[in-house]
Design a protein around this ligand. Structure first.
Ligand SMILES: NC(=O)c1ccc[n+]([C@@H]2O[C@H](COP(=O)([O-])OP(=O)(O)OC[C@H]3O[C@@H](n4cnc5c(N)ncnc54)[C@H](OP(=O)(O)O)[C@@H]3O)[C@@H](O)[C@H]2O)c1
Length: 333
């Protein structure tokens, strides 16, 4: 296929801002694009493609995948392989592509968790699906309590030494194990680049781990920054037919939209309106006002959504009163 896509020549002219990832040499865009939803077999290729193109056109250089993103597991990486080949063949070095392993992927005892066997085999499969020689970043997607930490961490070291990933990261590891990980990786000259955890207005439990990462020069990227869409105007008046909750409720069930959650969304929406911005904009800006945050990993079901989210880069700094008002809403039962 000859691509009809010509990237925006002005993509680095200031639309995006970049932050250094911990104490590494890597700069990441303040907004990165996640492929968990909207890039599987339940989304037409052209729609997914339009989101990726829109992202690249405004300077989003970091795309985040995992072996199991779909549906079906592997489908998002296969899509990535197609779009990279068709649209980005000459732009590989402008892209920072991550993938992950450790969640259930294939049958049998080696298809999940964080043994050396699973991590190595899964990365090989990911590279083949994405038609890549290497990924920029490979994550251990979750902590495995039954595999010796040393085995998992040495596999990550060896993956970087093999050239199949340039950097490694950890996601969803508890604090103590993550700190052992940072130390092991640093001692083996493969410092952990980044920790990926869920930080949004509704879920701030990871903040302490974010600070711990920063203390040892590890970056932090927040996933589900909009609480899968709850922290937007999407659900202000019920459940729209085209929303994630309505058409793909695997991880966002309608019963998450309790009256208490709805009233908090409305109250946060009022604060955002007083700031003259959309709730999604305020929710993203609130994450970025934490200096430990390298990047915010958004999802989008359309190019328009993604472009609207860029508004957070021009958001006014929060006043102490606004932060207090937000806190009061969050603490409401
Ligand atoms: N490490 C991990 O374990 C882990 C776990 C989860 C996610 N992640 C990563 O984080 C990424 C993002 O997660 P997420 O998709 O849950 O992120 P999110 O940004 O919290 O939610 C994205 C959803 O919010 C809605 N949305 C986005 N912008 C909007 C706007 N301007 N106005 C109204 N609605 C808007 C869309 O929902 P609709 O579809 O309803 O339009 C979109 O699909 C994933 O793709 C993945 O890369 C990692």
């Amino acid at each position: 296929m000859v691509s009809a896509y010509i990237p925006n020549a002005r993509r680095y002219d200031g639309m995006m801002q970049y932050r250094r990832c911990g104490q590494s040499g890597v700069m990441l865009p303040k907004l990165s694009l996640g492929f968990w939803h909207n890039f599987g077999q339940n989304t037409p290729d052209e729609q997914s493609r339009s989101i990726v193109r829109a992202a690249f056109d405004c300077g989003i250089t970091h795309f985040d995948l995992a072996n199991n993103y779909g549906p079906e597991p592997g489908a998002a990486e296969e899509f990535m392989g197609r779009v990279l080949h068709d649209d980005f063949l000459h732009h590989r070095d402008e892209l920072f592509i991550s993938t992950k392993a450790a969640y259930d992927m294939w049958d049998g005892p080696y298809g999940s968790w964080a043994s050396r066997k699973h991590l190595m085999a899964s990365l090989d499969q990911s590279l083949s699906r994405m038609r890549l020689d290497y990924v920029d970043l490979f994550y251990c997607h979750r902590y495995d309590p039954n595999t010796p930490l040393q085995e998992t961490l040495q596999a990550l070291v060896d993956i970087v030494r093999s050239g199949k990933a340039l950097y490694v990261g950890l996601s969803r590891w508890p604090s103590e194990a993550a700190q052992v990980g940072y130390d092991y990786l640093r001692r083996h000259d493969v410092p952990c680049l980044i920790y990926q955890g869920r930080l949004n207005l509704f879920d701030q439990a990871v903040k302490q781990q974010m600070r711990e990462a920063a203390e040892v020069g590890v970056g932090f990227i927040s996933f589900s920054p909009l609480a899968q869409g709850l922290l937007t105007d999407r659900y202000l008046h019920g459940i729209p037919k085209d929303s994630r909750m309505a058409h793909d409720p695997r991880f966002l069930r309608p019963d998450a939209l309790t009256p208490a959650v709805q009233s908090r969304i409305a109250a946060l929406n009022d604060i955002a309106a007083q700031r003259g911005e959309a709730l999604a904009t305020m929710a993203l800006a609130w994450i970025l006002h934490h200096e430990e945050v390298t990047s915010v990993l958004v999802g989008a079901s359309s190019p328009e959504q993604l472009k609207r989210n860029l508004a957070c880069l021009a958001s006014a700094p929060f006043t102490a009163e606004e932060l207090q008002a937000i806190d009061n809403v969050i603490k409401q039962q």
